[in-house]
Ligand binder design. Structure first.
Ligand SMILES: Nc1nc2c(c(=O)[nH]1)N[C@H]1C(S)=C(S)[C@@H](COP(=O)(O)O)O[C@H]1N2
Ligand SMILES: [Mo]
Length: 198
């Protein structure tokens, strides 16, 4: 009974789970604006810098010591592919923000290699975002953002910065790499916010 209803529900809902203008893919395309940066784990760090210039830092070992979640989510790339039920492992940003005092409303995420992307801080909190280091039960491949990437599945996938290095908290919004290049500042796939005038 439970097997039947799960399969049935999955089939029924597939189309409902596809935002406007998207198609389903089983592959996992690679989209990188530059070469894949290589960061040895003993030199890797993740930081949250607040608007009051306080810096919270985690080494790789410290990150690995935090509680892990295993989110299964749908992802949507602005180039129109969507992938359903992708399974990741990583640390919720709620855990990383536990001791961070901030009144900032904006976040600028930055990566090894120089990529940046911006979003409202609230879109990173309350179970909506993770720093993930595993995909589909395996270590996250370098081309997909390993050792660790941001995962913010409710926004177009360009917001999910690969090779994530840190988050700067800001009182004013600061557009990132694609947001400066004509893509939408927020990027909600359900409202089809692809380009800046959508
Ligand atoms: N650092 C970095 N992160 C990035 C990108 C990038 O070029 N550099 N591309 C973004 C875009 S446009 C998409 S669709 C996804 C692609 O992730 P994937 O290559 O794992 O499919 O990563 C996002 N994160
Ligand atoms: Mo993308």
């Amino acid at each position: 009974m439970s097997v039947f209803s799960r399969g049935f529900r999955g089939k029924q809902r597939k189309d409902d789970r596809l935002p406007p203008g998207q198609y389903l893919t089983e592959d996992f395309p690679v989209l990188s604006a530059g070469p894949t940066p290589r960061v040895p784990l003993d030199r890797w760090e993740f930081a949250i810098d607040t608007e009051a210039e306080r810096v919270h830092r985690w080494t790789w070992e410290e990150l690995m010591g935090l509680p892990v979640e295993t989110p299964t989510v749908d992802i949507h790339c602005v180039t129109t592919w969507s992938k359903l039920d992708t399974t990741w492992q990583g640390v919720s940003l709620d855990v990383l923000f536990e001791d961070v005092e901030t009144a900032a409303e904006y976040a600028l995420v930055y990566s090894y290699g120089g990529y940046t992307t911006n979003l409202p801080l609230e879109d990173l909190l309350d179970g909506k975002a993770w720093i993930v280091h595993r995909f589909d039960g395996e270590e996250l491949e370098p081309r997909h953002g390993g050792p660790a990437r941001l995962l913010v599945p409710h926004l177009y996938f360009w917001k999910s910065a690969k090779w994530v290095r840190g988050i700067r908290l800001l009182n004013q919004d600061h557009p990132g790499f694609w947001e400066t290049a004509g893509y939408h500042n927020y990027g909600d796939p359900w409202r089809e916010q692809r380009y800046s005038d959508d």
